[in-house]
Design a protein around this ligand. Structure first.
Ligand SMILES: Nc1ncnc2c1ncn2[C@@H]1O[C@H](COP(=O)(O)OP(=O)(O)OP(=O)(O)O)[C@@H](O)[C@H]1O
Ligand SMILES: [Mg+2]
Length: 389
């Protein structure tokens, strides 16, 4: 091994006390563990304790094999360092403590030498790379979803065409047998219903996996909400529901994809109506909130996400709150309601909120929920307010 120059003649340029060195080690953003030649732990900094879940007071002075019994690979590396020709630099290892998730550590091993250049210990410097790995995995997932989207588009085409063929053929048979065989007519009608249902599911699936390309335009959200209430696409009975609109006139036009956002509000208003089968109150409120507040709330909230939005710079959210006095959402399903195909309704497909979230995400927005069982639910859709122009 290449001899390391002695530090002795530099000693006078290090007029620093032991405390300073301790602070340096403590301030390092990497985990540090050192052992002496007997294998006893001489240093373990705060980051190392955090990454490995160890207690420093218990570790110092004890043998590394005892303290690192859940991480024998680390203890072994530290002990082996004394005999190795070559020490790993920027290497990676997987470690796993019993009953907890595994971690990926990036590490470098060194020998500790005294002024006489004698080896007196070994040291490991390491970082928890698990988070980096998660980000990489998310990127890979994005790529896979993209590929899946293309495959789904192809499959949807292959499924929809024969479905259309079946529907037309059944219609022809219906016409030929009409009034002659009323029983058959009923059966054929249910075939058509099922075919249409299948077609809807395929369309919904496709909608969910397909990457969204937004066509942004300056939009008056109040008018958009009025349009949604007037549209025939709303599911649920509005006749027993009292509708309140609390629109803030000062909210300027917002850049958004009108068609997609109409779908968002239609889904949320439909859900609200469906949650109040025997009537209630539905309030739509439009307001604004500073973006940092919205972000903090989103981070604390139950469901929120930032998407790869084309919208980048903004400091205010337009907040569209849809409040109902319906049955509410039980806490144990709150995490699931955005999952595709999760539904508690007999006739629901469970795709409404999944698509809603995807659209809001791609606008760079977030969705927060407040819900109390038996009292009602509020969905807050927060959209970056990028003014037109
Ligand atoms: N306002 C609400 N009040 C109570 N429960 C709700 C509300 N909105 C959504 N949910 C719950 O979330 C589930 C998922 O909603 P989502 O809109 O995704 O699907 P769905 O309404 O069941 O079916 P569809 O695909 O027809 O919209 C619902 O089945 C319901 O249990
Ligand atoms: Mg729905």
């Amino acid at each position: 091994m290449k001899p390391v120059p002695s530090l002795k003649h530099h000693a006078s340029s290090y007029p620093l006390d032991g405390d300073f060195h301790r602070y340096v080690v403590e301030s390092m953003r990497s985990g540090v563990i050192t052992i002496d030649k007997e294998g006893r732990i001489t240093t373990i900094n705060v980051v190392a304790c955090r990454i490995l879940g160890l207690e420093r007071a218990r570790a110092i002075g004890r043998h590394c094999a005892e303290i690192l019994e859940d991480y024998m690979d680390i203890a072994q590396l530290l002990l082996d360092a004394f005999h190795k020709e070559y020490l790993p630099c920027r290497a990676e290892m997987e470690v796993k403590k019993k009953d907890s998730r595994g971690k990926t550590l990036g590490f470098t091993l060194s020998l500790v030498r005294n002024d006489e250049n004698e080896v007196i210990g070994s040291a490991m410097f390491f970082k928890d790379l698990t988070h980096v790995e998660v980000i990489e995995e998310q990127e890979r997932l994005k790529d896979r979803l993209m590929a899946l989207g293309q495959m789904a588009a192809g499959m949807a085409h292959e499924i929809r065409n024969p479905l259309a063929g079946i529907e037309i053929t059944v219609d022809l048979i219906k016409r030929k047998t009409k009034s002659k065989m009323p029983d058959l007519d009923e059966y054929l009608s249910s075939v058509v219903d099922e075919v249409r249902r299948l077609n809807r599911t395929v369309t919904d699936c496709l909608e969910f996996v397909r990457p969204l390309e937004l066509e942004l335009e300056p939009t008056d959200i109040g008018l958009l909400i009025d349009e949604v209430f007037a549209s025939p696409g709303l599911v649920g009975d509005l006749s027993r529901v009292k509708i309140n609109k609390e629109l803030d006139d000062t909210v300027p036009l917002v850049m958004l994809d009108v068609h997609r956002m109409r779908q968002v509000f239609s889904n949320l208003i439909s859900n609200a109506c469906q949650a109040m089968p025997s009537g209630g109150e539905l309030t739509v409120r439009i307001s604004t909130a500073p973006a940092y507040v919205a972000h903090v709330m989103a981070n604390m909230g139950k469901t929120a996400a930032k998407g790869g939005s084309p919208i980048r710079e903004f400091d205010t959210y337009a907040v569209i709150s849809i409040m109902d006095t319906g049955k509410g959402i039980a806490p144990d399903i709150l995490d699931k309601i955005f999952h595709p195909f999760f539904t508690t309704k007999i006739t629901g497909s469970g795709i409404g909120l999944a698509i809603t979230q995807k659209i809001v995400d791609s606008h760079g927005g977030v969705i927060d929920i407040e819900s109390t069982v038996g009292k009602g639910t509020t969905f807050h859709v927060k959209l970056p307010m990028v003014q037109a122009g």
